[in-house]
Design a protein around this ligand. Structure first.
Ligand SMILES: [Zn+2]
Length: 380
């Protein structure tokens, strides 16, 4: 969602601009489509998702690659399992609607092996290591499997859990397979953070949205968002002070986050286990470690940005009188207070400004500058 609001050229303009004022001008010039905010309130599609797929199957219109997005990875795995059972079951159960392909029975040997992750034609990839990353080796292994003939079923299935954890190398290696999958294969990609899935992957899949649409917000992020909400009430109006305070607190929080990640990843690195390794090997490990720290840091930072976005969305929804569930119900008081101080366009501008900040930080902009400009744009 973040990148959608970033028109082509904005990023270059950002680099060229330099000063915050130039950046603000760039920002003002590149307006986003007027209806972009409205889809925040949209209820995601919510028929039983595996039924939706079975409908496509019955019509003979099953795609070759799907991106499942939802709130819980376990729920998405369940949908994947149920659908693959429907494909491979030896005693499928037909429902009343002939437009929906029969479901798996759940008890035959094929169904059971699918459920226990040991069906020879269903290949799972999960993020691995302390970093929870999907690396190029995992994808190469998967692609080698997919290139083989099915062992017993009529097709081969690849299921990638947490595809947002796929690093760029892994994604690049996988693109060709995604574009021209082997005959009789089906690829299911699962994510709870669709905004973090590389665009090259997203654009090659059919997307299926499931779940409530309410984002999960980690406790650390929640408490930071609560501190922003408190600051917003402390000096209402156009005062810069609360926004600068929010900025400096946020930079401090991010600094700590970076430190913790570095510590954790360094402790996990083979450098300490193999002190006598070749210098070239050590250098390679160091490079990998730095890359891993950066990737993980960006992921956590994105969670903070999304947390604030969720609150700004609540403020906007409250101000607009939209009948939606609050993402942060515990901040209801502060949300209502800010909503009461803002006009509806101001509340909407907050969302737009923050979405732009998210989009810019997705690229390689200078973090503190992007955050300063982004936070100063907010009506708090
Ligand atoms: Zn079965």
């Amino acid at each position: 969602m973040q990148t959608k609001f970033l028109p082509h050229g904005t990023r270059d303009a950002w680099f060229a601009g330099g000063s915050p004022i130039a950046l603000l001008e760039t920002w003002t010039r590149s307006r986003k489509p007027a209806d972009a905010v409205s889809d925040l309130a949209e209820t995601p599609v919510r028929p039983a998702p595996s039924e939706l797929l079975r409908r496509s199957l019955a019509r003979g219109r099953l795609g070759h690659a799907y991106l499942f997005q939802g709130d819980s990875i376990e729920a998405l795995e369940t949908v994947a399992i149920e659908f693959v059972q429907a494909l491979f079951c030896t005693q499928p159960v037909a429902g009343p609607d002939p437009g929906v392909a029969p479901a798996g029975c759940g008890t035959c040997p094929a169904c059971r092996r699918i459920e226990h992750f040991n069906h020879p034609d269903v290949h799972w990839v999960h993020p691995e290591s302390a970093l929870r990353q999907i690396k190029v080796d995992h994808m190469r292994e998967l692609m080698a499997e997919m290139a083989l003939r099915p062992a017993e079923a009529g097709r081969k299935i690849a299921i990638v859990v947490g595809v947002d954890r796929m690093n760029a190398n892994a994604a690049n290696a996988f693109l060709k397979t995604l574009e021209e999958p082997p005959a009789n294969s089906l690829i299911l990609l699962l994510t709870t953070e669709p905004g973090r899935v590389l665009e090259t992957i997203v654009s090659r899949c059919q997307r299926l949205s499931m779940g409530s649409g309410v984002p999960r917000i980690e406790p650390a992020v929640q408490s930071w968002v609560a501190s922003v909400a408190t600051a917003s009430g402390s000096a209402p109006g156009k005062a810069l002070l609360p926004r600068y305070r929010v900025l400096s607190e946020f930079l401090a929080v991010l600094g700590k986050v970076h430190e913790d990640i570095e510590e954790r990843i360094e402790a996990d690195s083979p450098i300490h286990r193999y002190p006598d390794a070749e210098p070239a090997q050590k250098k390679q490990w160091e490079k990998e470690m730095a890359g891993a720290v950066e990737a993980e840091y960006r992921r956590v930072r994105a969670a903070y940005l999304s947390g604030l976005h969720a609150w700004l969305r609540d403020v906007w929804a409250t101000r607009a009188g939209a009948a939606v569930e609050l993402f942060l119900p515990e901040l209801k008081g502060a949300t209502a207070a800010l909503a009461a101080r803002l006009t509806e366009p101001e509340a909407r501008q907050n969302l737009e400004a923050w979405e732009r900040t998210q989009g810019l930080l997705h690229g390689n902009v200078q973090e503190s500058l992007a955050l300063e400009v982004g936070l100063l744009r907010l009506n708090l």
